[in-house]
Design a protein around this ligand. Sequence first.
Ligand code: SAM
Length: 679
Amino acid sequence: MNRREIPAGASAPLAAHPVTWREDGSPTSLRFNDVYRSAGSDGLGGLAQARQVFLGGCGLLDSSQSAAAWHGAPSWSVLELGFGLGLNFLATWHAWQAASGRPDRLFYSAVEAFPPEPEDLLRSAAPFPQLHPLAQQLAAQWQALLPGVYRLEFEHGRIALTLAVGDVRDALQQLQGRHDSIYLDGFNPAHNPQMWELPVLKAVARLARRGSRAATWCVAASVRKNLTQCGFAVARVAGLPPKRHALQARYDPPWRIRRRVRSDQVVCRQPARCAVIGAGVAGASVAWSLAQRGWQVTVLDRAASPCAGASGVPVGLVAPHVSPDDCALSQLTRAGVRATLSRARALLANGRDFAVTGVLQPHAAGQCRLPPAWQPLRSARATRATTLPAAHETTRARARDAGMRLDASHPALWHEEAGWLRPAALVAALLAAPGITWRPRTLVAAIQPAAGGWQLLDASRRCLLEAELVVVAAGLDTPDLLPDAARLPLNALRGQVSCGPMPASAGAWRWPGFPVMGQGHLVANVPGPDGPWWQTGATFQRGRVDTTCQPEDDAANRMQLAALLPDAAAALEPQWSSAQRRSWAGVRATLPNHLPALGAWTPGQPVTLRSVCEPDALPPPARLPLQLCTGFGARGLTLAVLCGEILAASLHDEPLPVASTLLPQLRASRYGSPRASCS
Ligand code: SAM
């Protein structure tokens, strides 16, 4: 018996780990004094409940009388309260695999305050061999789940799991969309009332559509009363023995269902032709996400090859931003790191184009505080995602590897799920996707409205291309292409890096096997043109747009490295005069709050909120507004893949891969429009 196993019936002090395994194999929560699932008639517990109570309760299993509710639907959305060990998710995924006429895409949104460890997910699925391959895929992506919203993808993106990590009361506010099936799977309301209270079920109703079906094992009178009050028609049905009853419900309120919509929100259900201007990571990412949804995308750039702008840096870091108040940028970068590394794992060669090595981040004293909300999650999971020096041996060990000594005045963070990536390799892989055409050496001088879409014009005002949708991802050139460009406050931020072949010998010094980032960065031993290379920099020069490399900027990088990592700087000293040493300079485009500008650009039009009645669809616009995807500053590699997905998902009215509360801070329409008003 290990320290997380207790004999059946015994009590134990509250563990830091959410799951404790009883001797009989049942997973339990000491925090809530309850089991994760009913023992069920299969004797092994769980899968029978998942299938009979939840899938069956929502009509997702074929029966002799009728096809499953999702039969023939193009997509299907499930919402679960209490993701727990993911058994209901795995059972739904398994049923989807076997279903005839299954929906092309399955969106599964789930809320969980206390994510278990990946080993618990595997152990939970162990009694069910048919679920093993699925559980292994889930466990492989189950890391770095600090509070926030994360997208995990399976089946080549056809199954999208949106996990909102946090208390149900906050987490539900971060989800959006209309869900067809709802699984209510909190612990017993006597011990876990938060999951069943009226405001929570009202939030669930907000995420339902008329006709959505809900299911749960819980038939408590208070739960039935709350559901009824929220507009669900509730029925008690036969339960899974030993339970006598289970509950099924249908959302069918006697009132009209209203939905609040922003005037700059457009929904496009029919993919057509799309032009993306700019072939850096932003343009390639948005092109890929739209092509996946059926758009015929042409990516144009004035340059002869992709990555001619800031994405041309030889190697970039993919790492999260951390702030004590867990600001929007921090939340976005956590989701962004996950999205970028997951795309890299799918499309690139590990060790050649990218590597998830972890990243060490030294800090100035006093700047190295983790958000207080993470403290209750001091499990191995939080530790693996991002760790503090004083508390964690891992960070101290990595700092020793990098030749740094940590103490109270020299703290550091260790980001486990982080690493380096070659932007050019990522962009090439994205542009090679089916549905994308790459048009180099094409200077777009203007964009003008045309019937049902837009025309791109060259400098002689000849039409280069017509498309129903245009996305401008041209970095600093973006404002030149926009009507009313003056209102998009993009700033130039020049950066120069220095790089070269690794020295043949570094004496006793051993290079860290991971990047270090702080005031500047060092990446060592990345595959270079002919052997392993190093890279350091970058400079941050506001307002400068020249891209000719300057010796004084190399000198600044050299000094910066000496301050960041003195031992590494000493070992690299001879390399600065090597004939093979190189420099690269580019200009990033930044916005005042360091967040990108995404989505519709509708300058001068006030953004209003209006209330529409369901099932009235939003009227399709006569012309889709110009879309922007720019302003990533120095974080393009961490954010662009995610933002491409956000732009495409919002256009298609899909559940978003980030907290919906972040969206207003990312919208391009936050610039150039009067403040939002209600109507
Ligand atoms: N559906 C899960 C499965 O298939 O394995 C089992 C869910 S278990 C019965 C209930 C879950 O609700 C637990 O994982 C628990 O951590 C979560 N939970 C309890 N209170 C919560 C709260 N206030 N906010 C979010 N999640 C909560």
